[in-house]
Design a protein around this ligand. Structure first.
Ligand code: PAF
Length: 273
């Protein structure tokens, strides 16, 4: 595995790759969720590039940019074992320049739900992903369904800008008790972790309700809120694949989204129906 930190070195290394290139962008602190993206990318491509870059432009002032877990050594080992060909770990100063051309997230999709709580977050995401796509020129790029809104925005960026990249959504990986894997789970104390489980439980309840024929969004949401009484729910929303609110669940076209704070930790999770 080559660890590359310099832009020019990455460009040269990419030039030399023939065949398909799978790309997994990450912010590091790699866990099983990232590994499932990496494994899928590995199995579907001739070459595999992973990036580890804690992107400052997607953090809002006062968010956890400084505290965000950084585990360079462990990330390198994980990538090595997983058969990554190039691990790209650039410095902030080489990724961003003065007074540069920027990209913005779409006005609706980029500023509702997550984008409403974190205005500007998705602008930072599309900026960095576009740069990383420019550098790695992947055949396919892999994104987790846990960040459903991010995934849809990246798909839309690719559609709107006619980019020659296939976006591959990958299912959320969960702990045995149902907690969706996230780099931010390390912030949870034991008691907080117990309470955080109510998020996955509420989604399970939603799934059971739908299977039993309950399709009214308000009824489903009310039962989910009931289960998450011990945590600070920011939103529970039932939307279609374009993130338009649905009054009734439409099978194969619905995502149920939850964002909540458990102590100081903000968690998101969702269910695709
Ligand atoms: O999902 C993430 O880890 C980040 O938002 C991404 C896609 C790597 C961009 O910084």
């Amino acid at each position: 595995m080559r660890i590359i930190r310099e832009i020019e070195e990455l460009k040269t290394a990419r030039e030399a790759l023939e065949g398909s290139v799978g790309f997994v962008p990450t912010m590091g602190a790699l866990h099983q969720g990232h590994l499932s993206l990496i494994r899928k990318a590995k199995s579907e491509n001739d070459h595999l590039i992973v990036s580890v870059f804690v992107n400052p432009t997607q953090f809002l002032p006062g968010e956890d940019l400084e505290a965000y877990p950084r585990r360079e050594e462990a990330d390198c080992r994980i990538c090595e074992v997983a058969g990554v060909d190039i691990l790209f770990m650039p410095e902030i100063s080489s990724v961003y320049r003065e007074d540069e051309v920027t990209l913005k997230a779409p006005a609706y999709l980029g500023y509702i739900l997550e984008g409403n709580r974190r205005p500007g977050h998705f602008d930072g995401v599309v900026r960095v992903v576009m740069k990383l796509f420019g550098l790695t020129r992947p055949t396919s790029a892999y994104f987790g369904k846990k960040d459903a809104q991010q995934l849809r925005i990246i798909e839309k960026m690719v559609e709107d800008l006619f980019l020659p990249v296939r976006i591959v959504p990958v299912d959320t990986v969960r702990e045995e008790d149902g907690l969706a894997l996230s780099s931010r789970n390390v912030y949870l104390g034991e008691e907080e972790r117990r309470r955080a489980l109510s998020i996955a439980r509420s989604l399970k309840r939603a799934s059971r309700l739908v299977m039993a024929g309950e399709l009214e969004s308000e009824t489903i949401k009310a039962q989910m809120h009931e289960i998450m009484k011990e945590i600070e729910v920011e939103y529970v929303e039932i939307v279609d694949r374009d993130f338009r609110p649905l009054q009734r669940v439409e099978i194969h076209n619905t995502i149920i989204l939850v964002a909540a704070r458990v102590g100081k930790t903000r968690l998101i999770d969702n269910l695709w129906l």
